[in-house]
Design a protein around this ligand. Structure first.
Ligand SMILES: Cc1ncc(COP(=O)(O)O)c(C=O)c1O
Length: 345
């Protein structure tokens, strides 16, 4: 309420008003960069598109993305005028790595304009390794860290975080881009504001992707509540891990709920069939989610995209499942979910 009150007091409702500016400054401080290294956006998807437009040299060609991601990654690439080229992920980290990208480059015919690795369900990526990748290949990288607010680290490539209501820091809708190169952030800011920057001359092609003051108010309130929320999530993650990790057939992402925290809990059930497990949970009224479906290559709109073999993506799509996970979930709730899962095995 105090944040909302400030909006009417100042009569400033959008266009990089005081609350958006404060949110950007607080995000920058949290990540240890200057405020000029962070810009808020209306949502993560448009942030990814604008970041790509800011770093690519040509507005045509392929952008390598993992097929193991949410479909927004592919939409964002298409929005920037590039063609998503789908590659596989590493089985240990569930992420597209620089080594996988280098191998793909040697096998792909045609110009690769950019690479967009994805921080899977918020797990941190090796930002330094991606910076080295760009130095060595000359190919720009934009990191899709949509779920990665907790663990995102600024590098020379723009990283885009979503502030959607489902994320660990939620503003309803929203997002931000962080990059150690302020020039890239200035360009993204300009593209998010009709190409305007300091005048009413559209100096480049852009759109309206600004965050409103209302969303910034919710984002600021969410930042105030953040450490409390994260403690709640970590406790639930710990309860799941303690209960399920003794079984060799069940695994979690490395560092999940301890080194980093996300707002979803995706477990891998080695050798299991996700659909069967999902049905067993549903039968007793417990919802679960295949957050990323069967991979982007099997989404109707993207079925015709070029891709390399995707065995790890297909395995993860079969063997992983998003379990119920919310900030005030009780030990009894966790126990109930785990009992059904163990029974299903
Ligand atoms: C991997 C990934 N990329 C991009 C997005 C898009 O973010 P937004 O919903 O803020 O547009 C999401 C959203 O869940 C996501 O999970």
């Amino acid at each position: 309420m105090p944040y909302l009150q400030r909006i009417d007091d100042r009569r400033s409702y959008s266009n990089f008003g005081p609350l958006v500016t404060e949110l950007e400054a607080r995000l920058a401080q949290r990540m240890g960069v200057d405020p000029g290294c962070v810009v808020t956006v209306a949502n993560g998807t448009v942030g990814l598109t604008l970041a790509l437009q800011a770093v690519v040299e040509s507005s045509a060609g392929y952008c390598l993305i993992p097929s193991w991601t949410f479909v927004a990654t592919a939409h964002a690439v298409s929005g920037a005028g590039l063609t998503p080229f789908l590659v596989d992920v590493d089985e240990g980290s569930w992420a597209l790595t620089p080594d996988i990208a280098r191998d793909a480059l040697s096998r792909i015919d045609g110009p690769v304009a950019a690479v967009m690795p994805v921080a899977p369900f918020g797990a941190p990526l090796d930002v330094d390794a991606w910076d080295r990748f760009t130095e060595q290949t000359g190919i720009p990288v934009v990191i899709d860290a949509a779920a990665g607010h907790d663990a995102v680290r600024p590098g020379s490539s723009p990283a885009v975080v979503s502030l959607h209501a489902t994320k660990i820091l939620g503003a309803g809708e929203g997002g931000y881009v962080v990059c150690r190169r302020p020039a890239a952030i200035t360009e993204i800011r300009q593209r998010s504001n009709f190409g305007f920057y300091g005048s009413r001359d559209a100096r480049m092609v852009g759109t309206n992707a600004k965050m409103s003051e209302y969303h910034a108010a919710v984002g600021l309130a969410a930042m105030d509540a953040y450490s409390n929320d994260v403690s709640g999530y970590r406790a639930v993650a710990e309860a799941y891990r303690q209960r399920l990790s003794r079984r060799q057939q069940i695994g979690f992402q490395a560092g999940f709920g301890s080194a980093w925290c996300g707002s979803v809990c995706v477990a891998r059930f080695f050798g299991a069939d996700q659909a069967r497990l999902m049905a067993r949970l549903e039968a007793v009224g417990i919802s679960s989610r295949a957050w990323w479906g069967a991979g982007v290559h099997l989404q109707t709109a993207f079925a015709g995209l070029p891709h390399l073999p995707l065995p790890v993506t297909e395995m993860l799509a079969r063997e992983t499942l998003g379990l119920p996970y919310f900030v005030d979930m009780t030990d009894t709730d966790v126990e109930r979910v785990c009992r059904i899962i163990e029974h299903a095995f």
